[in-house]
Design a binder for this molecule. Structure first.
Ligand SMILES: Cc1cc2nc3c(=O)[nH]c(=O)nc-3n(C[C@H](O)[C@H](O)[C@H](O)COP(=O)(O)OP(=O)(O)OC[C@H]3O[C@@H](n4cnc5c(N)ncnc54)[C@H](O)[C@@H]3O)c2cc1C
Length: 298
């Protein structure tokens, strides 16, 4: 099927993109990598009157570390993370995700920020953003505002970005030597959306106690969700298999998946537990490999 006709604006600067978005308000949609929006338009699930294409904006194609955060610009492709060695060395959670989103073709077009803005209930980047405590910078006519990821993801395909606004970047705290993460995804075949997936990030203090925990699951509700009870259970504790198992169980309890061709509700709920447990274990294994003297036993 062909999309309904639309006006196309190729922005040459973020300023130009914002001006077009402000001018056209609710009639306009941002086009980033087009990997979700174009299919939606072809199925006529989305019918924007004006498409504002930011895909070529080099000023937003950025990946920098500054002020204790990793800054991901709005046009940075998934593949840029996948093939950046220092990301693979130091950002284990993001590195894991960058290898399992869709397939290589999609990853060379799709953007990280675009994926978070799309907020698919089975999105991979949204779960990672929750576990890593991301903050989005959203630009509108009145300037920039910062939105914590928990407030950004409102409901399926709905975020805090309003008509006439553009998400210009996402930032995440730079993990220190005592922070590691893991992304665990089950998919029917390579390139598929998750049947269920879990994003985990753990920080240990010098005595080997968990000082910070991020746990999120996707394909488990209308958006990716943080498993706050698991996080609270983990923080301040010394890791043990029993603790990890109890925390992982919270993911299963929180999960409210729908039955479909990928699996039954019971199967998906149990996978939430299994994947969080695997993510916790792998985070600790990575910590043990990189940090000596933590006394961690998982
Ligand atoms: C075959 C296939 C398999 C896929 N598998 C997966 C998968 O396994 N896991 C997964 O997570 N995703 C998957 N995807 C989706 C893919 O990762 C998309 O690239 C991603 O969801 C959207 O990124 P994009 O840059 O292409 O955004 P677009 O498609 O351009 O935009 C998506 C939405 O976000 C809005 N938007 C984009 N950027 C901004 C911005 N800066 N500010 C405000 N609004 C913005 C757009 O207006 C639109 O509503 C798959 C896609 C395909 C085609």
């Amino acid at each position: 099927m062909f999309p309904v006709s639309f006006e196309y604006v190729r922005a040459h600067s973020a300023e130009e993109a914002l001006a077009a978005l402000v001018q056209h308000g609710g009639d306009a949609r941002v086009l980033a990598g087009g990997q979700s929006l174009i299919p939606a338009m072809r199925y006529r699930l989305a019918r924007p009157v004006v498409l504002v294409d930011i895909g070529d904006l080099s000023e937003l194609n950025t990946l920098t570390e500054e002020g204790g955060h990793l800054h991901i610009g709005a046009t940075l492709r998934d593949a840029a993370l996948e093939f950046t060695p220092w990301i693979n060395q130091r950002y284990s959670l993001l590195s894991d995700v960058s290898r399992v989103v869709a397939d290589p073709v999609v990853r060379h077009m799709g953007t990280v920020v675009g994926s978070v803005c799309h907020n698919d209930p089975s999105g991979d980047w949204t779960a990672a953003a929750l576990a890593a405590r991301a903050i989005l910078t959203v630009r509108g006519a009145g300037g920039d505002r910062e939105v914590q990821i928990d407030d950004f993801l409102i409901d399926a395909f709905t975020t805090a970005v309003q008509d006439g606004e553009l998400a210009v970047s996402m930032r995440l705290p730079t993990p220190g030597a005592r922070t590691q993460g893991s992304y665990q995804k089950i998919e029917r075949k390579v390139g598929d959306y998750a049947t269920c997936a879990a994003a985990v990030q753990l920080t240990l203090d010098e005595g080997g106690l968990i000082s910070a925990a991020g746990v999120a699951i996707t394909a488990a509700a209308t958006t990716a969700v943080r498993v706050k009870k698991a996080e609270a259970m983990l923080v301040g504790q010394r890791p043990s298999l029993h603790l990890l198992q109890e925390a992982a169980l919270e993911a299963s309890i929180l999960s409210t998946p729908v039955a479909d061709a990928r699996g039954s509700v019971a199967y998906k709920k149990d996978m939430a537990r299994v994947l969080v447990l695997r993510g916790l274990k792998q985070s600790l294994e990575r910590l043990n490999a990189g940090v000596t003297g933590t006394g961690v036993q998982a």
